[in-house]
Ligand binder design. Structure first.
Ligand SMILES: Nc1ncnc2c1ncn2[C@@H]1O[C@H](COP(=O)(O)OP(=O)(O)OP(=O)(O)O)[C@@H](O)[C@H]1O
Ligand SMILES: [Mg+2]
Length: 294
């Protein structure tokens, strides 16, 4: 689709007609820090539609991971509601697949066994689990590695296996928390491309946490910008850029304009609302014994 033929208003009109898959209503999350209660997420109201690609961005410590953990059902929340397909999230569930930054593969299982794990847990036969695992390994292009162990794979390959392991369960939603954060820029770009292709070819809604603004603009239908202390929705931005989006798009005036807007939203708040833990970064004492001579 070229920028001339892309009608953003029509695209979003159609998107908002789709059923809502994820809804958060006045979601709040607080944590006990010593004797004080700290509100990390405050009154988060979101409506995410089926097959939407949502990126969540915001300064460090604003609650992005907290939000994804709550939606994943990994942490109970303090108040409000989190609904997926109208049902309250009470705990983790294969219908919400997770791919987080730390490689979460079982190191003692082969690639194929890692992907088979979900179907087997849900009662599939060995043969059926193996066949679904093979299908997904071929989709992500790692069928030749099915008998390797995670430590024999590169970072990008491990994340592809993690994506296959989540998608084999046919989730309604994929929750991704900085999944490409540890990858080099080239591999990261390839993974973004691969993820966009996957998203366009299957029926999946993606909630993707990142603090890379270019990544958010390249991937998202809408970007949820959070502010910190407490984490609140600062703005929800519709990305009016045609797909498929390639890195070349980054040099267009439209991309640059959007980038500047996101940058301003995120960085204007970074200084004033810095995570308290970062505000208290200790000064490194001068080490007189360190020689500057090489
Ligand atoms: N289980 C917990 N117990 C206490 N405090 C927590 C817990 N989880 C998160 N926090 C606090 O909540 C705040 C938000 O953390 P979170 O990890 O969600 O931020 P983030 O936006 O993902 O940051 P980053 O960009 O650095 O990953 C931080 O101040 C953190 O200390
Ligand atoms: Mg985080």
């Amino acid at each position: 689709m070229t920028s001339e033929s892309f009608d953003a208003n029509h695209y979003f009109q159609e998107l908002y007609k789709r059923p809502i898959l994820l809804e958060t209503k006045n979601l709040c999350q607080s944590f006990q820090h010593g004797k004080t209660q700290r509100t990390v997420l405050h009154q988060i109201n979101l409506k995410i539609h089926k097959r939407e690609f949502i990126c969540v961005i915001g300064p460090s410590g604003c609650g992005k991971s907290t939000l994804s953990r709550v939606v994943a059902g990994l942490d109970p929340y303090s108040s409000g509601e989190v609904l997926v397909d109208g049902e309250r999230v009470e705990g983790p569930c294969p219908e919400r697949g997770m791919v987080f930054q730390g490689y979460t593969l079982f190191p003692w299982k082969t690639v194929k066994e890692n992907v088979m794990f979900g179907p087997l847990m849900r009662g599939a036969s060995q043969v059926a689990a193996e066949s679904s695992a093979r299908e997904w390994l071929s989709i992500i292009g790692l069928e030749k590695y099915e008998n390797q162990y995670p430590h024999q794979l590169s970072g990008g390959m491990k994340q592809r296996v993690a994506i296959a392991r989540a998608l084999v369960n046919e989730p309604k939603m994929l929750l991704m928390d900085e999944p490409f954060g540890a990858l080099d820029p080239y591999t990261r770009q390839k993974m973004q491309r691969h993820l966009m292709d996957l998203w366009q070819s299957i029926d999946i809604t993606i909630l993707f946490v990142t603090h890379d603004m270019d990544e958010a603009i390249l991937l998202a239908d809408r970007i949820v910008v959070l502010k910190a202390n407490p984490g609140e929705v600062k703005e929800i931005i519709e990305v009016h850029l045609p797909r498929p989006r390639t890195p070349e798009l980054m040099s267009t005036p439209e991309f640059k304009q959007l980038r500047a807007h996101v940058d301003e939203l995120v960085h204007a708040q970074e200084e004033e609302h810095l995570d308290p833990a970062l505000q208290r970064l200790p000064e490194i004492p001068r080490m007189t014994q360190v020689s500057h001579q090489k």
